[in-house]
Write a protein that binds this ligand. Structure first.
Ligand SMILES: CC(C)(COP(=O)(O)OP(=O)(O)OC[C@H]1O[C@@H](n2cnc3c(N)ncnc32)[C@H](O)[C@@H]1OP(=O)(O)O)[C@@H](O)C(=O)NCCC(=O)NCCS
Length: 213
């Protein structure tokens, strides 16, 4: 685990290479996210191995939140969908993202436009397309160029919507039946400490109830 000073220096260096919100996270940052409760994971019950991870973090106290690092090891079984739903619910309830039914900080996600798997997942969960970031091949940082010899890099920016929040609250209150879809595998949600899923669901419903119809 790097010291905070080393970390911010490293971030600065990454920032210099890519002056934007899109950058890879280093291992010690991920460890920090885990410690601060911003890393969300799915484990297989019998072996305890991780089969899905994502984080939702802010780079500074004022900035928007970013959903990133999303990856599952077994695709199309519904793991990604449950993981993102839970990460959103947790962030919205325990961060202070809404005041009087309006976002004070938004949740964003950035997806390379040739990566189709997350697009459908994000839009079906209530993210809307809100912009694009384009890097010419010569300006793109080295990590972006991996596996690609030519061409620009285009990232779609997505923002989580109030309508997404309504759907999320309804899904946890009325539709989550303790199973992944389509696989049907049993899904148990554990929260850190003494927090309980019922309280999280109630808080989410309350927040959604404050939104204009
Ligand atoms: C993106 C990712 C996390 C999705 O996780 P997943 O567990 O496979 O997704 P789910 O099974 O929960 O499916 C959620 C939705 O996404 C769709 N989806 C999943 N994989 C897809 C693919 N390869 N192409 C198109 N749609 C896909 C599913 O069809 C589903 O929509 P539907 O219910 O309307 O059919 C997974 O594909 C992954 O780890 N990809 C590699 C890493 C990556 O690209 N991360 C995102 C970086 S921004």
């Amino acid at each position: 685990m790097g010291s905070p000073q080393t970390l911010s220096k490293r971030r600065e260096q990454i920032g210099k290479r890519c002056s934007c919100r899109i950058h890879p996270r280093i291992e010690s940052e991920i460890a920090e996210f885990a410690k601060s409760g911003h890393l969300f994971g799915v484990r297989r019950k019998n072996t305890n191995e991780f089969v899905g991870l994502c984080y939702v973090v802010q780079d500074s106290a004022e900035s928007n939140w970013q959903l990133g690092g999303l990856k599952v090891t077994i695709q199309k079984e519904g793991i990604g969908e449950l993981l993102v739903r839970f990460a959103l619910a947790h962030t919205i309830v325990y961060g202070v993202l809404l005041q009087e039914g309006k976002w004070v900080q938004k949740i964003m996600a950035y997806v390379r436009n040739d990566n189709h798997a997350p697009l459908r997942l994000l839009t079906s969960l209530g993210f809307e397309h809100s912009g694009i970031d384009v890097f010419s091949h010569e300006d793109a940082p080295a990590w972006m160029k991996r596996n690609r010899e030519r061409g620009d890099f285009v990232f779609d920016e997505f923002t989580f919507t109030l309508d997404g929040l309504r759907q999320l609250a309804a899904w946890f209150s009325e539709r989550f039946d303790g199973a992944l879809h389509p696989s049907g595998a049993e899904a148990q949600i554990d929260l850190a400490g003494h927090n309980r899923m019922e309280d999280l669901t109630r808080a989410l419903r309350h927040l959604a109830g404050e939104l204009d119809p």
